[in-house]
Design a protein around this ligand. Structure first.
Ligand SMILES: [Zn+2]
Length: 433
C-alpha cells in the first residue's frame, strides 16, 4: 500500500464514505438555504427544501450553480458566513470577465492544506524533501495551496514565486531542490532553460513534480519524465472548490483520486443536464461538503472527464478516480464548424522529438474562411531541410486529428512570446461580423 498523508480517511470503506457524504451534504444544504439568498431563490423556484435530501441521489433535486451565478453575486453575495469569520481571500483570473472571488475561514484553510497534503504525499513528497514552488504568489490559489500543503507534510518550502527561469534553476542547484510544483508547460520551459545554461536537468536533484492548472497530455508528461528523470503527477482543482487539491493521480497513473469526504462529484451531459453512466464522459459537477466561507451546490466546472468504476485502487485508496481532464469546455474552439481542443493538437506535436516546449494556434480569416496556423518551436535551430521535413510531418499528423490541413510554421527556440504562468495556446484573430 502507498504511503499516505491521512490513511484513515484515504482508505475509508466506501459505505462509511457515503454515509459521511450524506451527513455533510445535508448540513451544507441547510446552511446555504438558511444563509445565501441566491440558493433561497433557486430552492423556491424548484420547490425544494433541505428536508427533501434523504439520500445522496436526492442531490439531483438541487439547483446547479454556474460561473455566471457567481459573477452575478460577486464579490461576496454567495458567502454563507460573514467576512469577519474569514481570514483569506483568493480570486481566479478575470480574463473572461469578473473574477471569481472566494473567502476562506480558518477551517477552510485547514481543509485546503489537508487535501493538498494528501495530493503531495501521493505524488511522492516527504518530510525530508526540499520543495520549490515556482508559482506566482498573489490572489491566485495555486502558490498558496501548494505552500500550505507542503508545510503540512513538513517539507522545507522554498517560495521562489513567479518566473525568472534562470534564477529558478540556480536556486534548484544551490539548495538541492528535490520536488517542484507549477504548470507542466513551465516545467518543460525550465528544463530547456537549464539546458541553455549548460546544465542537464537530470543532473539536478529534482525527482518529483506535481503539476496542474492546465491540461497536459501523456506526451507532455513523458517529455518531462525524460527531461528531468522525475516522476510526474497531475493535480486538479479550481478556485470555486478551494484551489488546487481536489484530486491527484496515484502511482498507478490511471486516474485522479478525488477527495470524496470534502467534495461530491457528479458527471452530467452538459446539454440535457442528466447524469451519464459510469465510464462515460461528461461535465464534472462538484458540491462542497465541508466548505464554510462559500459552500457551493452542484457547481458546473465546464471540465470534461469521466469517472472510473473501481471499488479500491491498487494503491489502497477508496476515493473515486476520474480521468485526466480531457477538455475544458471553455477552451474549445470551433474552426470551420469543427470542435477542436488544444490538447488534440498537442498530442500530435509531442510525438516529435524535435518539437520544443512552446507552441500555439493562430486563427485568422482568409477569403471569408477560418484559417489555422500552428506555430511550433523546435528544441534546437534546424537546417532549412530538416525544418521543411518536420513541417510536412506535423501537417500530416495534425490533419489526422482535424478534418482539414492546417498551416504549420516551424520556428526556432524562444520565438513564441512567453505568456506567464499558463501557456496561451489559442490566438484568435478571426474577423467576426
Ligand atoms: Zn490509486
Amino acid at each position: 500500500m502507498d504511503v499516505m498523508f491521512n490513511k484513515t480517511r484515504e482508505t475509508m470503506p466506501r459505505k462509511d464514505l457515503r454515509e459521511l457524504q450524506l451527513k455533510q451534504l445535508k448540513k451544507t444544504v441547510k446552511t446555504v438555504y438558511d444563509t445565501v439568498p441566491f440558493y433561497q431563490r433557486e430552492f423556491k423556484k424548484l420547490g425544494v427544501t433541505p428536508s427533501d435530501i434523504k439520500t445522496l441521489d436526492d442531490i439531483r433535486k438541487l439547483p446547479f450553480t454556474t460561473k455566471n451565478d457567481l459573477r452575478d453575486n460577486a464579490p461576496f453575495g454567495m458567502m454563507a458566513t460573514s467576512l469577519d469569520s474569514c481570514v483569506e481571500l483568493h480570486a481566479s483570473s478575470g480574463t473572461t470577465g469578473i473574477p471569481v472571488t472566494a473567502c476562506y475561514t480558518p477551517n477552510d484553510i485547514e481543509v485546503w492544506s489537508e487535501v493538498m497534503a494528501r495530493c503531495l504525499v501521493m505524488s511522492g513528497l516527504r518530510k525530508n524533501d526540499i520543495f520549490q514552488n515556482p508559482i506566482p504568489y498573489g490572489t491566485f490559489t495555486g502558490a498558496f495551496g501548494f505552500h500550505y500543503g507542503a508545510q503540512k507534510v513538513g517539507s522545507l518550502v522554498i517560495p521562489t514565486g513567479k518566473g525568472q527561469s534562470e534564477r529558478q534553476i540556480s536556486l534548484m542547484e544551490y539548495y538541492g531542490t528535490t520536488f517542484i510544483s507549477g504548470v507542466a508547460s513551465y516545467a518543460l520551459r525550465l528544463g530547456q532553460v537549464a539546458l541553455e545554461m549548460g546544465k542537464d536537468p537530470k543532473q539536478l536533484k529534482v525527482r518529483n513534480g506535481l503539476f496542474g492548472a492546465e491540461m497536459f497530455t501523456k506526451g507532455l508528461k513523458q517529455r518531462l519524465v525524460d527531461m528531468w528523470n522525475m516522476d510526474v503527477h497531475d493535480i486538479y482543482g479550481l478556485t470555486e472548490m478551494c484551489g488546487p487539491g481536489v484530486s491527484t493521480d496515484c502511482d498507478q497513473h490511471d486516474g485522479l483520486h478525488l477527495w470524496e469526504d470534502h467534495f461530491f462529484v457528479e458527471i452530467i451531459d452538459p446539454k440535457t443536464l442528466e447524469p451519464v453512466g459510469v465510464e462515460e464522459e461528461g461535465e464534472m459537477v462538484l458540491t462542497t461538503l465541508t466548505k464554510e466561507g462559500m459552500p457551493l451546490l452542484r457547481y458546473r466546472t465546464r471540465d470534461i472527464a469521466k469517472l472510473f468504476d473501481q471499488e479500491v485502487c491498487e494503491c489502497g485508496r477508496t476515493h473515486v478516480k476520474h480521468s485526466t481532464i480531457k477538455a475544458r469546455s471553455d477552451d474549445m474552439v470551433i474552426i470551420r464548424g469543427t470542435n477542436i481542443y488544444p490538447g488534440q493538437i498537442e498530442s500530435a506535436l509531442m510525438k516529435h522529438e524535435q518539437v520544443g516546449s512552446n507552441w500555439r494556434m493562430v486563427l485568422t480569416t482568409e477569403k471569408d474562411a477560418d484559417q489555422l496556423t500552428v506555430e511550433v518551436e523546435t528544441k534546437a535551430v534546424l537546417s532549412k531541410n530538416d525544418a521543411d521535413q518536420l513541417t510536412k510531418q506535423l501537417m500530416r499528423d495534425i490533419q489526422n486529428v482535424l478534418v482539414f490541413t492546417p498551416r504549420v510554421a516551424v520556428v526556432p527556440p524562444n520565438s513564441i512570446p512567453e505568456t506567464g504562468l499558463k501557456a496561451k495556446r489559442v490566438i484568435d484573430q478571426r474577423i467576426r461580423e
